[in-house]
Design a binder for this molecule. Structure first.
Ligand code: TRP
Ligand code: ZN
Length: 869
């Protein structure tokens, strides 16, 4: 934990381990504070390793005994410090028994074995297993696991681990045991154990080959009915993976356990996924449509890992995107098939731009395959996940659906049961498709978002369209030298009437690979408007020569829905930034008119319309500024939305009413879209502070029969200074203070409220009885809400920075993962004005001056504080 010389792990230092482990047997004698873990592994030493000691990872363990082939080792035969157990001269083939004691109750970092309420559970990815026992905690060591769990039968009637249950029985003193065996060799990061007095729902799934799989979802008693949506999503995922990829589930049982205390969304442990309750539980009364949608996506993501992650896993953690990028791509496609494809694409790209583009432009920039890290936990990033998925998507676009599928088949044919690299994945794709992906592979090694400049001219006499494309890859915090990237650039030409000009395949997908290139399209009979980077075929920033009129034309006519949405966003962004620069108060009349057209256009896809009617965020504006104007961005966006709200008040009201009066609650895309659009209307109406609108909102809050509508109304009220605000917040609290997931929403709307005083409110809420500093969901809800609150967190007096710095220091002692995530909020440092910089620097220096920081927080804060350019 020394800051001065943090240990850096390098990709180039990877060495194959000269030992193999065939199998491991574990026995847990569960106890809140003194759990005894006894493990026995069968280990072989390779001939190359003669004379090499056996080095096992281990942290926060109390070693009780080490035995080789049943003989207790003397203290001369091994060495131990706070991260390793070294056995000095191991034999060639032997069984190693390690007996340790651990304290699950004290484990607030939530990796290894810990307690979430009354439930024992584990989180071992990436390096949690070393907090359970001494072992080779690296993903290329794959063994079969057999687990015996012993626990008090009354308190822990349900005892689970990976694979199949093979034995169980009662023991003395009210204790009992269960034995589980997982026949698939796996790395220890996929190992899981759960014990508790759990409720559950069960179902089954018949696979394509006719096997019946037993499906179980476990949760705290009382929440069983909230698991129904998860179960439905699981069955859809299983079917989809068979239909689209021919991938069948392999064990006879698949279990999911939902726990409150969890660092991330969920974890793909073999046959026993563990979920954050926020990604597993949902019902009409307590969850919003967004929650339902996320549950479906995360269930799919973890289920899909069974093949992309578990059957084929990563050689080392530098390969993380191998499983995460691919699995995100798969879950995105699943969600697109289950819901609206264009809407899903728009949401994914909006998220990529809002998070990944920002990461890539800041102090934490890294390629999807990094070359070094201090703390691997800090590399579960939007770059590895979401940009990783975009890289896979480009391969899909370049190869086409059929060759891509052939490549995936090849990947499993070559690597099933192995721990491999991203190069192995690319190689499978090349072998199956016959295409050379060498130039493309640079995406794995280069950080930063390419800026792509597009100019086009039409030549009447020659009937030619000339498109000039330049890509600029600017230096990033981690990497000075850049190469041009290779990417598919989908385009279309829209004629005067708004229809697409027919293009052959090569012309509709340009392959860009050099800094500068020119494409000439022939036989174009009239001057078209160019639609660029359709469906966001490449994860780049496009700078086009489009005029505002051309953007308006595209937002009305482009056959590519993504670009229809994107043209509107681009236009609004340009106009807002211009307005800010000119300090004018007049909103562009043409824009107001085309916004009105979208509003009045009777499109059936409600969600698409809701998205099209939502203006770019303040964060989007901030991304276009070298020095962020937080207050200005807030002011100008507010001016725009208010102008639109006033201009179209009666249309919003009519649409709101037209979308009301629906019986029943469904979570199909149409019903969800209807609620979404209706709540967008309500938001515009309320911005005018018209008392009729406020009443409507308050009524929706009180009479709403589902959380989507209730919460939408609460969120609107939380941002308006009206008397109904306080009433609503209080009513919501008294109704839901017993439910932590619902309380998360209540915390967020307040800390994220742009009204004055959010900082004070956030501080006060930290001592609310519903707040809990050991529950990541609650901490993220309150503090995450605040750091996303630009005007308040970045207040010029620096109070927001100081507050978050204090929280980071406090949290680092409790849960360094949560603390380090919170610290990423400092990554805008290099884009702050002078005054704010001084305040943020002081806050960061105060953190860095502490000498007992974890590497997690140290890595993030030191990188941010060095980013002043
Ligand atoms: N592999 C998990 C996923 O599907 C991510 C994850 C869950 C994780 N829990 C974690 C990563 C804890 C690091 C630490 O995406
Ligand atoms: Zn994942």
């Amino acid at each position: 934990m020394k800051n001065a010389s943090p240990k850096v792990t390098l990709l180039e230092d990877y060495k194959k381990l000269p030992f193999t482990v065939e199998s491991i047997e574990l026995c847990f004698d569960l106890d809140d504070t003194n759990t005894v873990v006894t493990t026995t592994s069968n280990i072989h030493r390779s001939p190359a390793a003669i004379g090499e000691p056996l080095v096992l990872n281990g942290e926060e363990l109390k070693l009780l005994e080490v035995l080789i082939d049943g003989r207790t080792l003397s203290e001369q035969e091994y060495q131990i410090d706070n991260s390793f157990l070294k056995i000095l001269s191991p034999p060639v083939s032997f069984s190693l028994t390690v007996k340790t004691e651990i304290n699950p109750k004290n484990n607030t970092s939530l990796d290894g074995l810990y307690k979430s309420g009354d439930i024992f559970c584990t989180q071992n990815e990436p390096e949690g297993f070393r907090r359970i026992t001494y072992f080779f905690d690296r993903p290329d060591v794959m063994a079969t696991f057999t687990t015996k769990i012993i626990a008090d039968k009354k308190k822990y009637p349900v005892l689970l681990s990976n694979g199949n249950e093979v034995d169980k029985g009662d023991l003395a003193n009210g204790r009992h045991f269960v034995v589980w065996h997982d026949p698939f060799p796996k790395p220890c990061y996929l190992y899981a154990l759960v014990a508790g007095d759990l409720g559950s729902i069960t179902d089954s799934f018949v696979t394509c080959s006719g096997r019946t799989i037993d499906l179980r979802i476990y949760c705290d008693k009382g929440n069983e009915s909230k698991c129904v949506h998860s179960m439905r999503s699981l069955k859809k995922s299983m079917k989809w993976d068979e239909d689209v990829y021919g991938l069948e589930y392999d064990l006879d049982i698949f279990m999911i356990v939902a726990v409150d205390a969890f660092n991330f969304g969920a974890m793909e442990n073999k046959g026993l996924n563990i979920f954050n309750t926020s990604c597993a539980l949902a019902d009409e009364k307590t969850a919003t449509d967004d929650n339902f949608y996320r549950v479906e996506g995360v269930i799919a993501h973890e289920y899909f890992h069974n093949w992309t992650g578990n059957r084929v896993t990563c050689r080392d953690w530098f390969q993380l995107t191998l499983k995460e990028g691919l699995t995100v791509f798969r879950d995105q496609e699943f969600s697109a098939d289950m819901n609206s494809r264009p809407v899903k694409r728009i949401e994914d790209v909006a998220n990529l731009r809002a998070t990944q583009f920002v990461e890539d432009a800041g102090p934490m920039a890294h390629p999807i395959k990094p070359k070094s890290y201090i703390e691997i936990n800090n590399f579960y990033t939007t770059t590895i996940y979401e940009k990783g998925a975009e890289i896979i998507r480009m391969i899909h676009t370049l190869l086409g659906k059929d060759l891509f599928r052939k490549g995936i088949d090849k990947y499993f044919e070559l690597y099933d049961g192995q721990a491999v690299t991203t190069e192995d994945f690319i190689s499978a794709m090349e072998q199956a498709s016959g295409k050379d992906l060498k130039a493309f592979s640079q995406w794995y090694h280069q950080s930063g978002t390419p800026d792509v400049y597009v100019n086009y001219r039409y030549f009447e006499e020659k009937k030619e369209l000339v498109i000039d494309i330049k890509q600029k890859n600017s230096p990033t915090a981690d990497q000075q030298e850049k190469k041009p990237l290779y990417f598919p650039f989908k385009i279309g030409l829209v004629d005067k009437t708004g229809n697409d000009v027919t293009l052959d395949e090569a012309d509709s997908m340009l392959i860009v690979s050099k800094d500068k290139e020119q494409f000439i399209l022939q036989g174009i009979s009239e001057k078209p408007v160019l639609s660029i980077n359709r469906n966001f075929s490449a994860p780049v920033k496009v700078h086009s020569s489009h005029t505002n009129d051309e953007l308006m034309f595209l937002m009305a006519h482009d056959s590519d829905e993504f670009n229809r949405w994107d043209s509107a966003q681009e236009l609004a962004t340009r106009l807002m930034l211009l307005q800010l620069k000119e300090n004018s108060l007049e909103v562009d009349a043409g824009y107001i008119q085309s916004f009105g057209k979208i509003l009045k256009y009777d499109s059936l896809d409600y969600s698409f319309k809701a998205l099209a009617l939502t203006l770019p965020s303040e964060d989007t504006l901030a991304q276009r500024q070298d020095e962020i104007d937080f207050d200005g961005n807030h002011r100008v966006r507010k001016l725009f939305v208010l102008k639109l709200a006033e201009t179209y008040y009666s249309d919003f009201l009519a649409l709101y009413q037209q979308l009301s009066n629906v019986d029943g609650f469904d979570v199909d895309p149409v019903s969800m879209g209807r609620r979404r659009l209706r709540n967008v209307c309500l938001n515009y109406l309320c911005l005018t502070k018209n008392s009729e609108a406020i009443n409507l909102c308050y009524r929706q809050f009180q009479d709403g029969t589902n959380m989507t509508d209730v919460f939408a109304a609460l969120k609107i009220l939380a941002n308006i200074d009206v008397k109904e605000r306080e009433n609503a917040l209080q009513q919501f609290y008294s109704k839901w203070s017993h439910d932590p997931l619902v309380m998360c929403k209540w915390f967020t709307v307040q800390s994220a409220s742009t009204l004055e005083g959010a900082l004070h409110v956030t501080k006060t809420l930290m001592s609310d009885p519903a707040f809990s500093i050991t529950l990541p969901n609650i901490v993220r809800a309150l503090l995450g809400g605040f750091i996303g609150n630009h005007v308040q967190f970045h207040a010029a007096d620096g109070e927001g920075y100081q507050f978050i710095a204090d929280c980071i220091v406090k949290l680092d002692k409790i849960n360094p993962h949560v603390a380090a995530r919170l610290a990423t909020s400092f990554r805008k440092y290099n884009k702050l004005d002078k005054g704010r910089k001084v305040h943020l620097k002081a806050a960061m220096d105060k953190i860095l001056a502490l000498n007992d920081l974890t590497p997690h927080v140290y890595e993030v804060v030191s990188k941010c504080s060095q980013s002043d350019s």
